[in-house]
Ligand binder design. Structure first.
Ligand SMILES: [Zn+2]
Length: 280
């Protein structure tokens, strides 16, 4: 097996484990619970055994139910685990495809990869937290700005202190504000009804990580994704399908998951694909 296949598989498995941890962070953030205690069933309160803690597998084997009280386990768990694993594997492929494969023996390669993984992890926490609570906690978004800056600094696309410094300043002073200001403007004129100020701060973090051109692509993609998903939900809601019933034109969709989906696509997709996407 080639090295790339092995390391992609490793990235995927590590992503499953980290995704499982991110679920704990999402559920316990701001609840006063520590991150280190054993997980329990939310319904019957029984502590989960070792067998029930395997990412993705436990959910599939137990068919999404608690082994003790048979209450349903939230789909959030397997979805977050799988998404984290997929994004970890894809970011390994992205970063390794841009350089010679012998780079995987260098610390700079792993620094670039780990900083990208850390930024992706905080974005996943923010997306799901915003979906659940319709708010982005300040602490998480400040952490995202810091990790975005770190990821941009350690990226292999820019080598040398001068280049790193120029890109960091570009992100902090130009790309970040350019993405954040329109959202802050919408927040201001709508008195916070259309979106939250947290969305503007998140856009700043994305700008710092992506830079201006990829940042603008991310912005356009997130509006497209939001429009398409919004339309699908409205149509399904019209026909009263299942739980889609709860969506209508009036329901407010959280904006952060769309911004984050757009940013990750813009970062992961090859540049020549992106020009096509914008064209349409
Ligand atoms: Zn239970």
């Amino acid at each position: 097996m080639s090295l790339v296949v092995v390391l992609t598989g490793f990235s995927f498995l590590l992503g499953l484990v980290i995704g499982s941890f991110l679920n704990v962070v999402i559920c316990r953030y701001n609840t006063g619970e520590t991150l280190w205690g054993r997980s329990r069933c939310f319904t019957c309160g029984r502590e989960l055994s070792f067998k029930e803690l395997f990412p993705l597998l436990s959910f599939l084997i137990q068919k999404g139910k608690c082994r003790n009280c048979l209450s349903k386990i939230s789909w959030q768990y397997p979805i977050v685990e799988f998404l984290t694993a997929l994004l970890f594997a894809l970011s390994f492929l992205k970063i390794s495809s841009g350089v010679d494969i012998s780079m995987v023996t260098r610390p700079s390669f792993w620094a670039a990869l780990f900083s990208a993984w850390a930024f992706i992890a905080i974005l996943i926490v923010i997306a799901v937290y915003d979906y659940r609570h319709k708010i982005i906690p300040d602490f998480l978004v400040v952490l995202a700005i810091f990790l975005g800056l770190l990821g941009a600094w350690l990226s292999l696309e820019r080598s040398g202190f001068a280049n790193q410094m120029i890109f960091a300043l570009h992100g902090l002073l130009l790309a970040g504000p350019t993405l954040a200001l329109p959202l802050a403007g919408l927040w201001f004129i709508s008195y916070g009804r259309w979106l939250g100020l947290g969305d503007a701060k998140l856009a700043y973090a994305l700008g710092v990580f992506l830079g201006l051109s990829r940042g603008i692509v991310a912005f356009l993609l997130s509006f497209w994704i939001g429009a398409i998903i919004g339309l699908i939900l409205i149509i399904l809601g019209r026909f009263q399908y299942l739980w889609f019933r709860k969506f209508s034109l009036k329901s407010e969709l959280p904006f952060a998951p769309f911004l984050i989906a757009g940013a990750l696509l813009s970062w992961l997709l090859p540049a020549n694909w992106l020009s096509w996407l914008i064209f349409f």
